[in-house]
Design a protein around this ligand. Structure first.
Ligand SMILES: Nc1ncnc2c1ncn2[C@@H]1O[C@H](COP(=O)(O)OP(=O)(O)OP(=O)(O)O)[C@@H](O)[C@H]1O
Length: 247
């Protein structure tokens, strides 16, 4: 069974070159971003996540919502093991496929085909596994002859198609997705949603961060709302979104 458990997880970014004097040495926050403050030695820091305690169970489909800079991407990166939490505990049972930072593990000068291979290896597939899946992954991208071109020539949406196709070909147990898939066009989005649904139906966990309520509504049944790095609401999707709209 897959599960995610976070206890009092906090992530801070020290900011170099920002004068804490201009911050008047006090913690404040605007309508966006995490909490900005300074420590005892007047070093500026951004608290991107503060005291996050959270349990996600097998089969759950979670929407991460909240204002710009609320901490959604940071939370996904913590779950993916990209950022180690500075404090608190993190326990994850299951194989994770992060589907954000779409350039991660890709070489802009290599062709689409070679990047499928690179990303496949990066996600833990063997060389043989990658070759066995190459045609099926290529077909899903619908990139045709562009697969022989270096991916620096791709648009955002084209890169998204490529990384989505590879990452979801391994049937991950825990799928982490960011807004990025919104870069795909409508036809791709429909295909991507169908694939995510089939993956979630088979089991596993989905955590999807997005500002698009329609995208989230089609996939998620629980929503977690972050504000300035803290969880301020967590519950059935429709209820959390109703409260968010009224906020
Ligand atoms: N590498 C970094 N260095 C410094 N600060 C960072 C870094 N990454 C994120 N932050 C800060 O952490 C806070 C949370 O950012 P995060 O990207 O997690 O927000 P988000 O909810 O995904 O926002 P958005 O909806 O705008 O994508 C913000 O205040 C941001 O300025």
């Amino acid at each position: 069974m897959n599960s995610i458990q976070l206890n009092d997880v906090s992530v801070e970014f020290p900011i170099y070159g920002a004068s804490s004097r201009s911050l008047r040495n006090r913690i404040f926050s605007g309508a966006t971003g995490g909490m900005i403050g300074s420590d005892a030695r007047h070093r500026t820091r951004i608290e991107a996540l503060r005291d996050i305690t959270l349990t996600i169970r097998h089969g759950e489909r979670i929407a991460l919502v909240g204002h710009n800079g609320a901490g959604k991407t940071t939370l996904l990166r913590v779950l993916a093991g990209i950022y180690p939490p500075q404090s608190g505990r993190l326990r994850i049972e299951g194989k994770i496929a992060p589907l954000f930072d779409i350039g991660f593990g890709m070489d802009p000068d290599a062709t689409g085909y070679d990047n499928i291979r690179l990303r496949g290896l990066f996600l833990g597939l063997s060389r043989q596994d990658v070759e066995d899946r190459l045609d099926q992954i290529a077909e899903f991208t619908e990139l045709g002859q562009f697969l022989d071109m270096p991916i620096r020539t791709y648009s955002m949406g084209m890169q998204t198609r490529l990384s989505f196709a590879v990452s979801t070909s391994i049937k991950p147990e825990i799928l982490l997705l960011d807004e990025g898939i919104g870069a795909g066009d409508a036809a791709f989005l429909e295909k991507a949603q169908a694939r995510i649904r089939s993956f979630v139906d088979e089991a596993g966990i989905l955590v999807l961060a997005s500002h698009s309520e329609s995208l989230l509504a089609g996939l998620c049944e629980r929503a977690i709302r972050l504000e300035h790095g803290k969880i301020i609401d967590d519950g059935p999707f429709a209820e959390v979104m109703r409260r968010y709209a009224g906020a």
